[in-house]
Write a new protein. Structure first.
Length: 123
């Protein structure tokens, strides 16, 4: 600190807990999951599809899609996250809501996240 005060915690000498700068702390939380889930290709494609539905005026009630959960990227994310299924489902729902399609598109899950479906609600 430059104001003349002493960081008392920094003066303590520990063998197993050395002092580090705040900038040395990784930004991601948890066990080093790497990229953000929203950076996954499936979210990019999903958002692109929702953009087209909104832009072209496609009826969301016509949409019936399945998300491929067998890709290498999906398997890797599943193995690195305990709450992958819940987080994945919530992110999909957030995308639907962000595009103003809540109540028109449903995110459905089968067998605890083994399969995910995007289905337009029936009128």
């Amino acid at each position: 600190m430059n104001d003349g005060t002493v960081n008392k915690a920094a003066t303590l000498e520990f063998k197993t807990m050395p002092n580090i700068s705040r900038s040395a702390i990784p930004l991601n939380r948890g066990r080093g999951h790497g990229a953000n889930m929203e950076d996954m290709e499936v979210f990019k494609e999903f958002n692109r599809m929702l953009d087209e539905v909104v832009r072209q005026g496609i009826s969301p009630y016509e949409i019936v899609k399945e998300i491929d959960t067998t890709t290498e990227e999906m398997r890797k994310q599943k193995s690195q996250r305990k709450a992958f299924t819940e987080t994945f489902r919530n992110l999909l729902k957030d995308c639907v809501k962000a595009h103003g399609l809540a109540g028109q598109l449903d995110v459905r899950e089968y067998n605890k996240g083994e399969r995910f479906f995007i289905v337009g609600r029936e009128i």
